[in-house]
Design a protein around this ligand. Structure first.
Ligand code: NAD
Ligand code: GLY
Length: 362
């Protein structure tokens, strides 16, 4: 097992990464304030993983409540969030009951938001079971649900007490979901860790083959990058925004196409290609750089062409982005590979050109 910490003063918490960890009660018990937990999962993950986790805790005298939600990005909404509150209240969960989110980023984001709201805040633990959630969404305390007008628009910053990333859980993950997670892994290389990008270029096939050592290395390195950023800028007043490379374009694809049609990681990959094209238009990247980025996404099995929507529709959706400041669209672009910046220098017609460069031909 490898461990690291997200340093946030009295809210500092550990991330444990390794094999066979997700149902280890001794990792969880020291973080419980009372011997009662509510495990939030979904109808895909629960049948595979919930019983073992619940049994392990019950053997130590922990009362376990379970909430099984429908599966899908399209359920990351108010109605489904309310199902969590219904169970927490019906089962008389208290402020010191711990909520455990067991699943991918959708469950982590919704479980975390429920924990932030329930009785004004209950402790919560993340047990992420997708690559994307292990390298990104379970770390850093962003929790949210979607709104029909925009992705992750309703939410809170609320840090977990503990994150357990069990690489064995990735063995049951569909291929397409594994690839989607690689988009966020590649992101760290592109925005701030060129050495990691070079490692990924040499090892992407090992990750696709789910070699445990390669996965553990990539998850650890990604979490280190994220932990450093979050420790320095928890509330996204500066550097944290760089984690959104490709996301403003990507969120437009997700919202525009209907939640769940494109996986988040797929939309981020295509969105990153649009950001790369715009960075080239700014004169910061060469066409070889853009090609290099496309190549690593291609090898990961990710799209490098966006969804077929008119550029005007992209721009309309992008104006809802959380980085919009005083009506001004701000984007994360690449000054070079391995160095991202947040900037408002691009004009709408340049943004439009970059989008068009990555639209399907017909
Ligand atoms: P997801 O949660 O929808 O999971 C993907 C699919 O895999 C689902 O069908 C799920 O049921 C299934 N699944 C999960 N674990 C499995 C396993 N071990 N075996 C088999 N199937 C499994 O999607 P995701 O990619 O994990 O997360 C995407 C979400 O994360 C988006 O809503 C995105 O907005 C959010 N996100 C949040 C942050 C953040 O900082 N909070 C960062 C990035 C993404
Ligand atoms: N996934 C972006 C962030 O955590 O800030």
């Amino acid at each position: 097992m490898q461990s690291l910490k997200v340093e946030l003063a009295e809210r500092t918490y550990p991330i444990h990464i390794g094999r066979g960890l997700y149902a280890k009660a001794d990792l969880i018990l020291p973080h419980l304030k009372r011997k009662k937990v509510a495990i939030v999962s979904n109808e895909t993950v629960a049948p595979i993983y919930l019983a073992q986790l619940a049994n392990a805790l019950e053997q130590h005298g922990v009362t376990v409540i379970t909430v099984t939600l429908p599966d899908g990005e399209c359920y990351k909404d108010w109605q489904t969030l309310n199902l969590i509150f219904d169970v927490l209240l019906a089962q008389r969960c208290e402020r010191n009951t711990t909520l455990i989110a067991l699943g991918g980023g959708v469950i982590g984001d919704m479980g975390g938001f429920a924990a932030a709201c329930y009785q004004r805040g209950m402790p919560f633990i993340q047990i992420p079971t997708t690559l994307l959630s292990q390298v990104d969404s379970s770390v850093g305390g962003k929790t949210a649900i979607n709104h029909p007008l925009g992705k992750n628009m309703i939410g809170a910053f609320y840090q977990p007490q503990l994150v357990i990333a069990d690489t064995d859980t990735l063995n049951t993950l569909p291929e397409r979901e594994l690839a989607a997670g690689l988009a966020e892994v590649i992101k760290y290389g592109l925005i701030r860790d060129i050495e990691f990008l070079v490692w990924l270029e040499g090892n992407i096939e090992r990750l696709k083959a789910r070699e445990p050592e390669a996965l553990a290395y990539a998850i650890h390195r990604s979490c280190l990058n994220k932990a450093n950023i979050v420790s320095a800028d928890e509330r996204e007043n500066g550097e944290r925004a760089l984690l959104n490379l490709g996301h403003t374009f990507g969120h437009a694809i997700e919202t525009g196409m209907g939640y769940g049609k494109w996986l988040h990681g797929e939309a981020v990959a295509a969105g990153t290609m649009m950001a790369a094209e715009l960075s080239a238009l700014m004169g910061w990247l060469s066409s070889e750089d853009v090609q290099r980025i496309a190549e690593i996404f291609n090898r990961a099995g990710l799209p490098v062409i966006g969804a077929a929507m008119p550029p005007e529709r992209y721009l309309e959706l992008m104006r809802h982005d959380k980085k919009v400041d005083d009506g001004q669209l701000r984007l994360v672009l690449l000054k070079s590979i391995g160095k991202a910046v947040i900037t408002d220098v691009a004009t709408e017609s340049q943004i439009s050109m970059a989008i068009t460069a990555r639209l399907p031909n017909d």
